[in-house]
Design a protein around this ligand. Structure first.
Ligand SMILES: NC(=O)c1ccc[n+]([C@@H]2O[C@H](COP(=O)([O-])OP(=O)(O)OC[C@H]3O[C@@H](n4cnc5c(N)ncnc54)[C@H](OP(=O)(O)O)[C@@H]3O)[C@@H](O)[C@H]2O)c1
Length: 285
C-alpha cells in the first residue's frame, strides 16, 4: 500500500513555493538521477518507489517525499495518486519513468502481462488520476519514458499483452511504443489546457536495466557498454523537459538528447492512438 515513508514530519517540511514533481522508478538508473538532479535544482521531489527502503539515501539528500507503490498493481497505483493528492497542493511535473525489461511472459496479480502493466498501463492510469493536480499548475508537464526501440515495435490490438506472441525485445519495444502513442494522444486531448505531454528516449544508459538485460540481450548490451552513457546523462533530457522555459507549451513531441526528434513507426497513426486509448480505458475500468 502507498504510505508515508520519508515523512512522519512530511507536512512540516513541505514548501509551497517549490515546483513539485513526481518521478516513478526513482530508486535506480535514469529515474534516480532525474530525481536527484531535480531535487538539486530546487524541486520538491516525490519519489514513487516499489521498495521505499531503496529510496532512503536519495530522499534524505534532496528532502524528497517517498510514496510506496508497486506499479504491477492498479490498486497501489490508485493509492499512490490518492496519497500524492493528500500530501501535495498540486503537481507541476509528472515523470513516468519506471520500467522493466523481462525475460519471459508473466502475469501480475491483476492478470495483465507484467511489461504492459508496469511500463505502460499503470502510467496511463496514474496520469489520468493526476490530471486534475497537473491542471492546478500554471505549467504542468508530463514526461513519458519511451525508447528508440519504439521504431521496431508492432501495434497489434489483439496482442497488446503478448497474448499471441511474447518476445523479449518485441514485448518491451511494444510497451515503449504504447508510451509514445499515449503521449501523442494525451497531448491532443490536452490541447487548449496548460498541461503538456512529451516523450523521451534517454539514450543507451548504463543502468541495471541495461546491465542485467535478459538472455542474449546481455551480450548485446555488454558490447554496447563502451557506447553507453551514465544515468546522469540519461536523465538530462527528462530534466530539460522538466525545467527548460524553451519547451513551455510544447506538447506531443518526442525528444532525444534534449532535441525534438521525428518518431519512426508506421503503425503510430491517429486511429491506432485513439484505439489504444479506448482499450486502455477499458483495461483500467
Ligand atoms: N537504460 C536504457 O538504456 C534505456 C533506454 C531506453 C529507454 N529506457 C527507459 O528508461 C526508463 C528507466 O530505465 P532504467 O534503465 O533507468 O531502468 P532501471 O535502472 O532498471 O530502473 C528502473 C526503475 O523502475 C522501477 N520499477 C521496476 N518495476 C517496478 C514496479 N513494478 N513498480 C514500481 N517501480 C518499478 C525500479 O525499481 P527498483 O529499484 O525497485 O528495481 C527502478 O527504480 C525505463 O522506462 C526504460 O524503459 C532505458
Amino acid at each position: 500500500m502507498a504510505g508515508i515513508v520519508a515523512s512522519a514530519s512530511w507536512p512540516q517540511i513541505a514548501r509551497m513555493d517549490k515546483r513539485i514533481c513526481l518521478v516513478t522508478g526513482a530508486t535506480d538508473g535514469v529515474g534516480k538521477a532525474t530525481a536527484l538532479e531535480l531535487g538539486r535544482r530546487g524541486f520538491q521531489v516525490v519519489m514513487a518507489a516499489r521498495d521505499p527502503k531503496k529510496a532512503e539515501g536519495v530522499a534524505k539528500e534532496i528532502g524528497a517525499d517517498v510514496i510506496a507503490c508497486d506499479l504491477a498493481s492498479l490498486k497501489q497505483t490508485r493509492a499512490l495518486a490518492e496519497t500524492f493528492k493528500r500530501r501535495h497542493p498540486r503537481l507541476d511535473v509528472l515523470v513516468c519513468n519506471a520500467g522493466v525489461f523481462l525475460p519471459e511472459r508473466t502475469l501480475t496479480k491483476d492478470g495483465f502481462e507484467t511489461t504492459y502493466q508496469v511500463n505502460y498501463l499503470s502510467h496511463f492510469l496514474l496520469t489520468q488520476l493526476l490530471l486534475g493536480e497537473l491542471d492546478k499548475s500554471d505549467d504542468g508537464r508530463i514526461i513519458n519514458l519511451s525508447s528508440s526501440v519504439h521504431s521496431m515495435a508492432r501495434f497489434d490490438p489483439d496482442n497488446l499483452q503478448s497474448e499471441k506472441k511474447f518476445s523479449v525485445m518485441g514485448t518491451y519495444a511494444a510497451s515503449k511504443l504504447f508510451m509514445l502513442m499515449f503521449t501523442e494522444e494525451l497531448a491532443k486531448r490536452l490541447a487548449g489546457t496548460r498541461v503538456t505531454a512529451n516523450a523521451v528516449h534517454p539514450g543507451i544508459v548504463r543502468t541495471p536495466m541495461m546491465k542485467k538485460a535478459p538472455g542474449a540481450f546481455r551480450i548485446i548490451t555488454y558490447l554496447a557498454l563502451p557506447f553507453s552513457i551514465t544515468p546522469e546523462r540519461g536523465a538530462s533530457t527528462s530534466v530539460y523537459l522538466a525545467t527548460s522555459p524553451e519547451v513551455r507549451g510544447v506538447s506531443g513531441a518526442y525528444f532525444v538528447n534534449s532535441k525534438r526528434t521525428a518518431t519512426k513507426n508506421a503503425l503510430d497513426t491517429p486511429d491506432n492512438r485513439a484505439l489504444l486509448w479506448d482499450l486502455s480505458l477499458e483495461a483500467i475500468a
